[in-house]
Design a protein. Structure first.
Length: 212
């Protein structure tokens, strides 16, 4: 059950309404997920939505890699809402169902694109350790460049904030479908734990692993 009132559209202050309209008319197309809680603080919500819009929609990273990163964050933090929202976005961006399912079930994914393998390795290590080795960093740097690795790191931090907000306030799914909440919790790796440690890659090693 949600722990904080989620502001109804007909009960917004003028400041909240302005931010609500800005979000709804932007690339998100709707006010969902953590913004439903953040709107209690209009200035925070405005700065939040601007950062999130840039990182998700205007970053130099291809949508395929951005959505992969977001799904890894959602799985690591066991955030059902984040996962639920971004599975379809990941498929539309070009991620394979087998990769998404491997992440969901905390199994080693088998990538056919080297850049996806590099992003997976960088993101999972950064989440789990709070830092990355020289080899992992260099592989991401070579694959994404200076701007790419800076924006990837920011994306991991941003969606960690998103996951924590969703989890802390018990923000419900957009369509209030309780069945969808089982997407993560029915997996032993995610049940009853604060985080889910994701395994290293299957089969072919990443460039980082080859250099290690």
């Amino acid at each position: 059950m949600v722990r904080i009132p989620l502001l109804p559209e007909d009960g917004l202050s003028p400041e909240q309404q302005a931010i609500y309209d800005k979000i709804a008319s932007g690339p998100r197309g709707a006010v969902v997920g953590p913004m439903r809680a953040a709107l209690h603080s209009p200035e925070l919500a405005d700065r939040w939505q601007a950062l999130g819009e840039f990182l998700r929609f205007r970053s130099c990273l291809p949508a395929r890699l951005s959505e992969l990163t977001i799904l890894i964050c959602g799985r690591y933090w066991n955030s059902d809402v984040e996962w639920y929202i971004h599975v379809d976005a990941g498929l539309k961006a070009g991620l394979s169902r087998t990769v998404i399912e491997a992440i969901r079930s905390a199994q080693p994914p088998e990538f056919t694109h080297d850049d996806e393998a590099v992003v997976y390795d960088y993101t999972r290590v950064l989440l789990q350790d709070g830092r990355v080795s020289d080899a992992v960093y260099q592989a991401a740097f070579e694959a994404l460049g200076k701007v790419g690795i800076v924006e990837l790191t920011a994306l991991v931090g941003y969606y960690t904030m998103v996951s924590m907000t969703l989890n802390a306030h018990h923000v419900p799914l957009p369509d209030a479908n309780p069945e969808a909440l089982r997407t993560l919790d029915d997996q032993p790796a995610g049940a009853h734990g604060a985080t889910t440690r994701l395994p290293p890659l299957a089969l072919a090693p990443t460039p980082a692993q080859r250099k290690a």
